[in-house]
Design a protein. Structure first.
Length: 155
């Protein structure tokens, strides 16, 4: 079993989008029995909330349902439980790294490290932008998640 956690700031835009997209890709390729997937946020202000309606709408257009997801905050236990903790930007990485013991630092990576299409490391937060930003973010997430699964399969 490989355990993957996606992390962003509030767990209502990027990380639930990544969780939903990765679930879809994993299911379509037949690996749902061997990969555990979740998401969390570094902040606590959206705990229990559904993903942003714009994130849900963008995901739905790609056949991804985020409606059953609820925001939660990343915990110290997550550092132990998950094999990969995939962050969306530098702030997320700094926040997660600061709460992680040295022996778990190797688990923390940028999701875009898996991309073959994008050279940057940060997936921008679409929360304060327009609807188009959610589609751009999903483009980045989808391609990275495809390559992430390829990497997990090879290992």
């Amino acid at each position: 079993m490989k355990r993957v956690l996606f992390v962003c700031l509030g767990n209502i835009c990027r990380s639930p989008s990544a969780e939903g997209m990765f679930r879809k890709i994993v299911r379509e390729r037949g690996y749902e029995e061997v990969i555990e997937i979740d998401s969390a946020g570094t902040g606590d202000w959206h705990i229990g909330h559904s993903p942003d309606h714009r994130a849900q709408e963008a995901a739905t257009r790609r056949g991804v349902d985020l409606s059953d997801l609820r925001a939660r905050q990343v915990s110290n236990e997550d550092m132990i439980h998950y094999d990969l903790i995939l962050v969306m930007d530098r702030r997320n990485r700094a926040d997660v790294s600061s709460m992680s013991q040295p022996e778990y630092q190797h688990k923390i990576r940028y999701l875009l490290e898996y991309s073959e299409q994008y050279e940057e490391l940060e997936i921008p937060d679409p929360y304060y932008g327009g609807v188009h930003g959610f589609d751009v973010v999903l483009d980045m997430i989808e391609e990275s998640c495809e390559r992430l699964l390829d990497s997990i399969i090879k290992s």
